[in-house]
Design a protein around this ligand. Structure first.
Ligand SMILES: CC(C)(COP(=O)(O)OP(=O)(O)OC[C@H]1O[C@@H](n2cnc3c(N)ncnc32)[C@H](O)[C@@H]1OP(=O)(O)O)[C@@H](O)C(=O)NCCC(=O)NCCS
Length: 142
């Protein structure tokens, strides 16, 4: 049986959170609480996906949009299943879902020292925006 890619639902939260927690290069915060992810999935139905092998979640990608641009967060493949095309498939599903509703560009954040992920993103068609600096302000906890 092969690896299946299907839409992520809030019922997947615990195994997906466990996968993210084990993944180097993923920064988790209060925004990734069950309530936070529930709200994200409800606001962005049909854009986030999991990879499932024999009933076990082995990959996940959180994706959404603001009506203008798409965003992918926390793409992760379990160590045991890397370099099998799962990351590429998850991203492909996210991009297709965005394209279908007319979103023309997708952004994401990568830690600058996560060279493996940067190489991955370049392989699947992303380009570094070296002319930009990311800025954030804390509004409340989370
Ligand atoms: C980045 C990550 C999601 C890639 O997942 P994956 O399922 O192994 O990726 P794929 O098998 O689809 O890789 C597609 C191509 O990307 C490139 N690639 C993937 N991982 C790479 C790595 N660590 N170093 C260099 N190139 C890499 C390869 O060209 C690969 O094709 P190949 O295996 O035929 O050479 C996975 O390594 C991971 O979960 N890392 C930890 C979490 C993380 O850093 N996520 C990114 C957050 S922005």
């Amino acid at each position: 049986m092969g690896v299946e890619i299907r839409e992520m639902t809030i019922r997947d939260y615990e195994p997906v959170y466990a996968l993210w927690s084990k993944s180097e290069g993923i920064g988790l915060s209060d925004a990734d609480s069950k309530e936070g992810i529930k709200r994200f999935l409800a606001r962005n139905p049909g854009f986030s996906f999991v990879a499932v092998d024999s009933g076990q979640i082995v990959g996940a990608a959180l994706c959404g949009h603001d009506g203008r641009r798409g965003y992918i967060h926390h793409l992760s493949t379990s160590q045991s299943h890397r370099r099998q095309g799962i990351g590429r498939s998850l991203v492909g599903r996210c991009m297709y879902a965005l394209m279908r509703i007319g979103i023309g560009k997708c952004h994401l954040f990568v830690f600058g020292d996560n060279q493996g992920a940067i190489d991955f993103w370049e392989q699947v068609g992303y380009a570094q925006r070296v002319e930009l600096v990311m800025m954030s302000q804390q509004i409340a906890g989370g």
